[in-house]
Design a protein around this ligand. Sequence first.
Ligand code: CA
Length: 232
Amino acid sequence: MRILIIEDEKEIADGLETVLTKEGFQVDSVQDGLAGLDYLLSDIYDLVLLDIMLPKLNGIDVLKNARREGIDIPIIMLTAKSQIEDKIRGLDYGADDYITKPFEVGELLARIRARTRMVKNSEDGEVTLGNLWLNPTTQKIGTKSNSIKLGNKEFQLMECLIRNGGQILSKDMLIMKVWGMEEGIEYNNLEVYISFLRKKLRFVKANVGIVTTKGVGYSLEEETENGEESQK
Ligand code: CA
């Protein structure tokens, strides 16, 4: 697996490179946004760590350009502060996740592993994440132990979450995807559906859960080894 680091703070970039190389990744590192975009467009990377404040071209513009050019690999934003606005902006432009500097190495590696774990598609269109499957034909979710049918909106919401497994989706994006241009849909409508889905996930004994990232959105994540959903 090849990872690209786009980060102008040399100390951070060098630290990341050392850690990731030790973990067995192939790593390239560039210090400004223009070079970063150039490398990204070569389409040889499996994942990118992208700083926001960069010389020549900022991280958000690198992200926008890359997505416009059809680069669909996981991009994790490195944000200097825990600025919710930057996070939402990044996620809206197609970032998969963000991590706030300074970060723990263990946390970063966990995020990288989560982002590179692919959602599997079987032949009959079933989508799986962890022990959970979703069947678009029957609109059911289930595991080996149990299954349950979802209502129409629940199904659309669940499908969106599972197809973007591990990725944080903003509330606005989820509302757009499920309700479209329908008027009068508010965050608490979405929250109600999220709580329905959480109950159904528990009912089928799924080892994935819907994680809330406060003020940002939701993601569907596999539970960690100690049996708890990852916290953000
Ligand atoms: Ca920077």
